[in-house]
Ligand binder design. Structure first.
Ligand SMILES: *Cc1c(COP(=O)(O)O)cnc(C)c1O
Length: 403
């Protein structure tokens, strides 16, 4: 029998049972409806986190829910030893929206990054038979918590206790092409970066920076890996953020909003890499692209198109940026706003933890990206009215900080 407990009782139980790897907010969430979440006491929260840039479509979307239920009634999992129709459809759709040629489905973002790194190393290995290839990554980047993804994550705090990392990684400065050049050697096999850095503080890569890297990569046959796990899937107003700049990667990763909550990711590559890197026996996963996960991708991509999600991001994203710019102009404690579309950051001069906690009390879910930055990654279906509701609450929470 399940005995209903209070939120603080549940939290106490959680802290006894779960590994202490998160400082969670003191709320037990129960269900969602549109862009609102409800805790187990029925308190309503406007959600500007979307499960960390995941739930793009809004909660309790009937079409999405029905598509998953229908697949559950057929089959959830079959393994990659056999073909299944949802995965074939999902791969075709993902190729169409990305312009990439080959897809490998994973269960998470980190696993997609792992695959991308393996593909790049194998590509270089097939060219010269050597095993000492290097990868250039960016400072302040975030690519995930598994050992390979962590090795290219430019935050020493996340890495230190887990050294040694995988070898031959060099870190360059984001938006500083000279620093990339300074790290290129004849062993370099790939450059990996987020088209817009997420966890590191919402830093978009400049178009000139991306174009310079792309030219360098073409000249030296180095592979360009763009991590679109957070900034992809419509969030910046393009299906994938690199499409805004016309800088096509050789390998691309996606996850987060790809399944809108069903754990799934993918790495994609061009035909050039697809036919000269990972091959039979080189890579695998038990769950990756199983029928349930693939059904989620299919309905997500269908709904993106039918509901003109990208158009909404362009319009509402511009409005969000404008409202945040107003706040930055009005309050001394805010130094700047940066970001693209519905991936925005508001940079404060002080830690934002207290603001986020006050917002939660007032029914607004916000998250940070680094100690001093509030990150706005709402569901992609939010409207201007939701933005106004959010800025209204946010202002109440920062107002008290002014002298
Ligand atoms: C979240 C994230 C990852 C890791 O994804 P997981 O699904 O948490 O493993 C990798 N890269 C970027 C840019 C991310 O935002």
């Amino acid at each position: 029998m399940v005995i209903k407990m209070t939120q603080s009782q549940y939290i106490e139980e959680a802290e006894k049972a779960l590994l202490h790897t998160y400082n969670r907010y003191q709320v037990v969430l129960d269900k969602g409806e549109g862009v609102y979440l409800y805790d187990i006491d029925g308190k309503k929260y406007l959600d500007f986190c979307a499960g960390i840039a995941v739930f793009a479509l809004g909660y309790h979307n009937k079409r999405y829910d029905d598509a998953l239920k229908a697949q559950i009634d057929k089959v959830i999992h079959t393994s990659n030893y056999y073909y299944n129709v949802p995965a074939i459809e999902a791969a075709k759709k993902l190729k169409a929206v990305s312009g990439m040629d080959r897809v490998f489905f994973t269960n998470s973002g980190a696993e997609a990054v792992e695959g991308a790194i393996k593909a790049a190393r194998k590509y270089a290995y097939l060219k010269d038979g050597k095993t000492d290839h290097e990868i250039i990554a960016m400072e302040h980047s975030f690519h995930g918590r598994t050992m390979g993804a962590l090795s290219v994550t430019g935050n020493p705090k996340y890495r230190e206790a887990f050294e040694p990392m995988i070898g031959n990684i060099r870190f360059a400065k984001m938006n500083d092409f000279d620093s990339v050049l300074a790290n290129v050697t004849d062993r370099t096999c790939a450059v990996i970066l987020e088209t817009v850095q997420g966890e590191g503080g919402i830093f978009p890569a400049k178009e000139s920076f991306l174009k310079n890297i792309k030219a360098l990569c073409e000249e030296k046959d180095i592979l360009l890996i763009l991590d679109e796990i957070q900034c992809g899937m419509g969030r910046t107003g393009e299906m994938f953020a690199w499409q805004r700049h016309g800088v096509k990667p050789d390998i691309m990763t996606t996850a987060k909003a790809l399944g809108c909550g069903v754990p799934v990711g993918a790495f994609l590559m061009t035909e050039k890499v697809g036919t000269a890197s990972l091959t039979s026996g080189d890579h695998g996963t038990t769950y990756g692209g199983n029928p349930l996960a693939a059904a989620a991708i299919n309905i997500v991509l269908d709904l993106f198109e039918e509901n003109h999600i990208i158009d909404n991001v362009k319009e509402t994203g511009a409005y969000l940026a404008m409202r945040l710019d107003e706040l930055a102009a009005r309050y001394d404690c805010i130094s700047e706003r940066r970001g693209l579309g519905l991936m925005q950051g508001l940079v404060f001069k002080n830690p934002v933890g207290p603001v986020i906690t006050r917002a939660l009390e007032k029914g607004l879910i916000l998250i940070n990206a680094g100690a001093d930055i509030i990150r706005f990654v709402p569901p992609l279906v939010i409207t201007k009215e939701h933005v106004d509701e959010m800025t209204g609450i946010l202002e109440e929470c920062i107002g008290g900080q002014e002298p």
